[in-house]
Design a protein around this ligand. Sequence first.
Ligand SMILES: C[S@@+](CC[C@H](N)C(=O)[O-])C[C@H]1O[C@@H](n2cnc3c(N)ncnc32)[C@H](O)[C@@H]1O
Length: 306
Amino acid sequence: MKEKKIYDQKSAGIQLIKLGELDKGIQQLKVYSEDHPDDLDVLTILGESYLKLQQSSLAQDYFSQALEINPTHTSNLINFSALELKGPNYLTALKSFHKRIKPKRYIEIGVCKGASFELVDPRVHAIGIDPDPQLDVKDLPEKHVVRVETSDSYFSSDKIIKDLEGDPFDMAFLDGMHLFEFALRDLMNLEKYSKPTSVVFIHDLYPMNAETAKRDRIADFWSGDVWKLVLCLQKYRPDLDLSILPCPPTGLGAVTKLDSNSTVLIDNYSEIIKEYIDMTYEEIKQNKSEKLKLLSIDEMESVMVL
Ligand SMILES: C[S@@+](CC[C@H](N)C(=O)[O-])C[C@H]1O[C@@H](n2cnc3c(N)ncnc32)[C@H](O)[C@@H]1O
């Protein structure tokens, strides 16, 4: 019996892709997409298909078109970011930094389920700070502790002196509240307990688009306006060495040459907040990688030997 083949181009293309006929399916969907440029599903499937074919720039192009239609689509943002930021995922990078830096004392702000905190060797003296940790804080290695409170509350007491036994920290990861002023205060507070060789890593300094770079969280994928810290530190603290590593999904900052005696950020705090709080993504949209000092993969290699 002659099979009924009343497929339109869209379903025929999708079917071909499901059957592994990627090239033929892509051709069908591209013809369909010319007449239906706003079909999010088709743009997404085209991006994913080119990804499977390892044709990165075409994949990136389709994910970018899809994100114009829905800027908060989680899987498209994840795929797009892995194409824009060509380095290792931030957790892989942090794992490697733990091996190289071999910190004796480690501080993490924003622990959540522990994906980054659990990278820390059990022999390292590690302090996590999070008002709402999603891991079992009673079941940690003996030298690891999670303080269940906000970072502002933690730093307002002298707990850190006891927790660090009066010594400076060697490595820190800042990944708490994704708002500029919180991240700024976290860095200001941490720096007081640093030494010249301490390294602070900061998550989310390289946003993917305007929607996910806003102060209001409207989707799961959200890096907030922590990116303003890059502009702020370039202006107010040129003495710091700041590199933005191309680690998906939203970049990883590495800050060195910290100065525990510096009061520049503290002294200018109100002025800094006024200057940056209302800034929008438009400010960095053009030439984003230059403005946010994004390192290339080759340049990242040199930072990896910190
Ligand atoms: C993105 S998650 C951290 C993820 C974790 N670092 C990782 O890589 O798996 C952000 C965490 O910051 C915490 N947080 C929110 N506001 C905070 C604050 N003011 N101080 C410290 N942590 C905060 C949240 O409770 C949340 O668990």
